[in-house]
Design a protein around this ligand. Structure first.
Ligand code: SF4
Ligand code: SF4
Length: 257
């Protein structure tokens, strides 16, 4: 199936976001005074996956190695420009106030960066006229064919890989050491702007000092998950808001006591 697309500049996609950024983009966003959150999740990684397990290999590339108790884990940290309502750079006429420097993810939307997520126009903010057949071809048979978008997706995925070690060190610099169990939720840290800049800049200067002995806690709002984590030797933490002032937890499932 072909998917045609051209942005109508309606501005709908520029609201209520956690906008994933590369490390370089996060530093630019922070320098403008914007907030950047650290969204953390982790998955137990007792052994390396087979080469043909493409989803696991994708996860491996964009994560870093750590430990949780006795259990090896892989941690994914997403740096996200976060805002409720309109993006601070969205202008009254719905144009982008930093258009030439806007983040890569803004340039890619509505296409998907994750190769395992299918683009579904009905799930996007764009109005019907943006998808009409007379617009330029974006995708054919679930493959991006627009050369500009294709190159931007490749750039974004490459930054995900090259940034993983820098994020590990930035987290250590900020004493960030808790991640949600992957696919159950996200642990969200919101460091002050100046501290986030200092931690990321220092991490970039530290070079490749990967350290898979770094200890991380794995967090869930579900008691049965925490018990399972404990049974495999991981350091599971049951999230209760009052007990975790350092971070927020966004759960994908109802909490259990
Ligand atoms: S940076 Fe620009 S394109 Fe991206 S969300 Fe903000 S206003 Fe929209
Ligand atoms: S919602 Fe779609 S059509 Fe509207 S500004 Fe965003 S990308 Fe363009």
């Amino acid at each position: 199936m072909d998917i045609n697309f051209e942005c109508t500049m309606c501005g709908k996609c520029c609201h209520d976001l956690k906008l994933p950024l590369s490390v370089d983009e996060a530093l630019v966003w922070l320098a403008r005074g914007g907030d950047v959150q650290f969204l953390c999740d982790a998955v137990p990684w007792p052994e390396e996956p087979a080469a043909d397990n493409l989803q696991a290999q994708h996860k491996r590339r964009r994560s870093f190695a750590a430990s949780s108790g006795d259990m090896p884990v892989r941690v994914v940290v997403v740096l996200a420009a976060s805002f409720e309502g309109a993006c601070p750079h969205l202008q009254a006429n719905m144009s982008c106030g930093v258009y030439e420097q806007r983040p890569t993810v803004c340039r890619i939307y509505p296409a998907e960066i994750n190769p395992f997520i299918e683009l579904k126009p009905e799930q996007k903010e764009c109005p019907p006229e943006a998808w009409s057949a007379d617009k330029p071809l974006l995708m054919r048979a679930q493959q991006v064919v627009d050369a500009g978008t294709f190159a931007l997706i490749a750039k974004s995925r490459a930054a995900d890989v090259s940034d993983a070690g820098i994020k590990a060190r930035a987290c250590a610099n900020l004493e960030i050491d808790a991640a949600a169990l992957a696919n159950e939720g996200l642990v969200i840290y919101s460091p002050p702007v100046a501290l986030a800049i200092a931690a990321l800049e220092r991490a970039r200067e530290q070079g490749d000092e990967s350290d898979d002995t770094l200890q991380w806690k794995v967090v869930s709002n579900r008691r049965e998950t925490v018990d399972t984590l404990a049974s495999i030797g991981a350091t599971g933490v049951h999230y209760v808001k009052a007990d975790a002032p350092a971070f927020d937890y966004l759960g994908f499932f109802p909490a259990s006591a």
